[in-house]
Design a protein around this ligand. Structure first.
Ligand code: GRF
Length: 198
């Protein structure tokens, strides 16, 4: 039995898209033995579904303008993300479909405290559209990986993986959907494990 007075790990979720992983993470955080809570959700996309979803779960949700670049944050934006996460007393930063490369300042502000989920069995198929890469490579199995974020693209230490079969008649959509489903199981599980060890 978990003592409900025990402090919970405070997580900050960063996303640019619809937020289905946030939904799974937030739902699992409602269970009586959850050892973490979602303290804040931040997005670089004003219209992102993840912000709407956060509000539905009564989680503080903030849009931060990313600046002029396509794949990275401006220095000013990066500082705003750091400030927002620190003001929310976040212990762990959880990337859930955040489409910007993490730069030195953010990594240094949260050393070994930023994790990501990627839709392949890393180190296979890093980068964009990993499910497409899996189909093109004609592998019979792929999956998803939760890993620490470092300076590389999807290169950080692996925390957990879950396998997914690839079927001969799979399309981009069917395979991506199958991977998404297992992401929703793996991500809350790994966050809970990190919380239990903290
Ligand atoms: C997931 O497929 C994840 O693997 C990738 O971004 C996607 C986010 O999806 N990093 P959602 O916004 O959580 O639905």
């Amino acid at each position: 039995m978990v003592n409900s007075c025990q402090p919970r790990l405070r997580i900050g979720v960063l996303g640019s898209g619809k937020g289905s992983n946030l939904k799974a993470i937030a739902q699992a955080a409602c269970s009586h033995d959850a050892r973490y809570e979602v303290a804040i959700v931040l997005s670089d996309v004003a219209s992102a579904g993840i912000l709407t979803l956060a509000k539905e779960y009564n989680i503080k949700a903030t849009f931060i303008s990313p600046g002029p670049y396509k794949t990275k944050l401006s220095e000013e934006a990066e500082q705003q993300f750091i400030d927002a996460l620190q003001e929310a007393n976040v212990d762990l930063v959880v990337l859930a479909g955040f489409m910007r490369i993490m730069k030195e300042k953010l990594l240094a502000a949260f050393p070994e405290k930023i994790i990501n989920i990627h839709p392949s069995l890393l180190p296979m198929f890093p980068g964009l559209e990993a499910w497409k890469q899996a189909l093109d490579a004609k592998v019979r199995e792929t999956g998803c990986t939760v890993h620490y974020v470092d300076h590389g693209i999807d290169t950080g230490k692996i925390l957990g993986q879950q396998r997914v079969p690839v079927f001969p008649n799979d399309t981009d959509e069917t395979l991506h959907a199958r991977i998404h489903e297992v992401e929703h199981q793996l991500y809350p599980k790994i966050i809970q494990e990190i919380a239990q060890k903290s």
